[in-house]
Design a protein around this ligand. Structure first.
Ligand code: ARG
Length: 603
């Protein structure tokens, strides 16, 4: 049990007695005035018609806190200020140090959680919005997994739908092999798409794909734009594209083969980004929109049988309640278009139904930008109406804001088009390598490369996760790579500095030594460390990773490291402080790990 609930438990009964029975939440919070503050007297005052201070005084008289607190006092209008006894702090820190889970219990109520994230679109460049989704989704998957939930990572790739008609026709026009050699991304990286890949040559196919040949991953943007330009300008091409969509949906063999080719090419590119980013997504997590194709008909039929489907003349829609448009008329969620095709909303309905019914998920998370909020809210309402989403199952849109450039506008490259993620990540690592060399000229090249990856990628992730998810944030190299402030490199250096104390100390981390809390800096650090479990618990519910980031920053920023000598202290104090140091390093390392960030031992 954490300190906060230990105190709250004790106070609850005296509050209840003063209130004349019935449970009262004492509302215990960390406070700057004491270690903790209970503020329930203020709200209770209205209910009881008594001055809050009087209530607080009575609560303090009744409360049995002598074994927990060194001081309990009423302050201000009626706060109860609690100062935790040093001996208790020492004992709790010793227990924490012996806990491999650092005060974060495995959840007593494990759930199947589907995390829908990343979800870039085939034959298109990934943009910074997908970067945010990938980073936040990865942290979500790591944190929930560590807590003991069954996490299903769902990369809902945009790999289906009308654009594929034009993309396949464009591929045919370019000629597959020419297209392949034209497709090369800026950095010139080449990924082998070989025999083991899904790209097997269909027997009798008219267009050759060299098995085992080396295809470069695409300059996806220009491929897409080329197709788009022709589609907009050329009626015959449009015609062919439409027929091609029909052929694809009908399962025409050579069309499907070309479609697979495009998908495989993009998947390799996405995997290259994931590899650079060091996220958990792998090929088996790719469950694109195409996966739900066969479910769209049955889903539509089911909506129809339930009486939810409305033929609006133009399309088959559902009108979920609570979404009035500008004219006050309800906004439709389009299920099937007039031409019989299904779109994005139908696929999301099918995916949701699949996730609750087949996968048994009770928590469905959608890590997608805020502009799609209404889409998801409508999908959830329809799913509830259809009975596909009923308690305990619930769905949450884990929405996020935009990534802005230094000019405060949507982040773009110098040429004005979307930023290529691979280039962005390479730049992060290059900049971090310069930083690492400057900071420690003695690091050998292999160590520099490793540290540079940890710092560069860590900085990009941390800049994202340490900001309030629902706000836009400015992508600023200098700020995210700064060695001071709430940044990844700062936390990583704090961790490495502690590890170096142990290298200097020689010998293992002392175990079983009592931790004694004396200096005020030790108290503050101890209280922060003891709060780790509660913070992780909050993030489990809210997926507000900036709270975890802020907590780690408070731990690393502790004045303990400036004010409390460790190796020079007398033996008992030294051992006690070594335990505090080790615990701090472990909390930093585990906390960063939950954010998807590596903490090297040496920097
Ligand atoms: N591919 C979509 C996009 O790039 C995101 C998909 C999000 N997930 C979902 N289930 N709709 O905007």
């Amino acid at each position: 049990m954490n300190l906060e609930s230990l105190l709250a438990d004790r106070l609850a009964s005296s509050f209840a007695a003063v209130a004349g029975g019935g449970p009262v939440d004492p509302v215990v919070r960390r406070s700057r005035r004491a270690d903790f503050q209970a503020e329930a007297a203020l709200s209770l005052a209205r209910r009881l018609g008594r001055p809050p201070r009087e209530i607080a005084v009575e609560v303090v008289e009744r409360a049995a806190l002598a074994d927990l607190c060194s001081s309990v006092a009423v302050s201000g209008p009626g706060f109860v200020n609690l100062t935790v006894a040093d001996e208790l702090l020492g004992r709790l820190v010793s227990e924490l140090a012996a806990d491999p889970r650092l005060g974060v219990p495995v959840t007593p109520t494990p759930e199947t959680v589907v995390v829908d994230y990343s979800a870039p679109n085939v034959a298109k460049e990934m943009h910074v919005g997908h970067l945010r989704s990938t980073i936040i989704g990865d942290a979500t998957a790591r944190l929930l997994d560590w807590l003991g939930h069954r996490v299903v990572r769902a990369n809902h790739l945009g790999d289906w739908g009308t654009p594929f008609g034009m993309l396949i026709e464009h591929l045919i026009d370019l000629g597959e092999s020419t297209a392949a050699s034209n497709l090369s991304i800026g950095t010139g990286s080449k990924l082998p798409i070989g025999a083991g890949s899904e790209l097997s040559v269909a027997a009798g196919s008219e267009l050759p794909i060299g098995a085992g040949s080396e295809l470069s991953i695409g300059d996806l943007d220009s491929f897409y734009k080329g197709a788009r330009a022709k589609f907009d300008a050329d009626e015959a091409f449009r015609q062919r594209s439409r027929q091609r969509v029909v052929a694809l949906q009908g399962g025409d063999e050579s069309t499907v083969r070309l479609w697979r080719r495009l998908v495989a090419e993009s998947e390799s590119y996405f995997l290259a980004v994931y590899d650079r980013l060091d996220v958990l997504l792998t090929r088996p997590d790719f469950v694109g929109e195409s996966h739900y194709n066969g479910m769209l008909g049955p889903v539509t039929d089911e909506l129809d049988r339930l009486g939810l489907l409305v033929d609006s003349g133009d399309a088959a829609c559902v009108f979920p309640p609570g979404f009035p448009g500008r004219d006050g008329e309800p906004v439709p969620l389009i299920v099937r278009k007039r031409d019989g095709g299904y779109g994005y909303p139908a696929t999301d309905l099918a995916a949701l139904r699949h996730r609750t019914r087949e996968l048994g998920a009770t928590r469905l998370l959608y890590v997608v930008g805020l502009p799609q909020r209404q889409h998801f809210e409508m999908v959830y309402v329809v799913a509830r109406q259809a009975g596909w989403l009923s308690p305990p199952a619930r769905a949450e849109h884990v929405g996020f804001g935009l990534v802005l450039g230094p000019d405060g506008r949507k982040l773009a490259s110098r040429a004005g088009d979307s930023v290529k993620l691979v280039e962005l990540l390479d730049e992060a690592v290059d900049r971090a390598a310069a930083l690492a060399r400057q900071k420690n000229p003695r690091l050998d090249p292999a160590a520099v490369a490793e540290v540079a990856k940890a710092i560069g990628i860590g900085a990009v992730k941390y800049a994202d996760l340490s900001a309030d998810r629902t706000r836009d944030y400015v992508f600023d190299w200098d700020r995210m790579l700064a060695l001071h402030g709430n940044t990844a490199p700062y936390l990583q250096y704090a961790h490495a500095r502690i590890r170096s104390i142990f290298r200097k100390a020689g010998g293992p981390v002392p175990t079983g030594v009592p931790v004694s809390i004396g200096a005020p800096e030790e108290r503050t650090l101890a209280l922060e460390l003891l709060d780790f479990g509660a913070v992780v618990g909050t993030v489990e519910r809210t997926l507000e990773f900036h709270r975890l980031a802020g907590h780690l920053y408070a731990v690393a920023f502790s004045s303990f490291f400036e004010h409390c000598p460790v190796l020079r202290a007398e033996p008992a104090v030294r051992d006690s402080r070594l335990v505090l140091c080790d615990l701090t390093a472990r909390v930093l390392r585990q906390g960063l790990h939950l954010l998807g960030i590596t903490a090297p031992d040496r920097m």
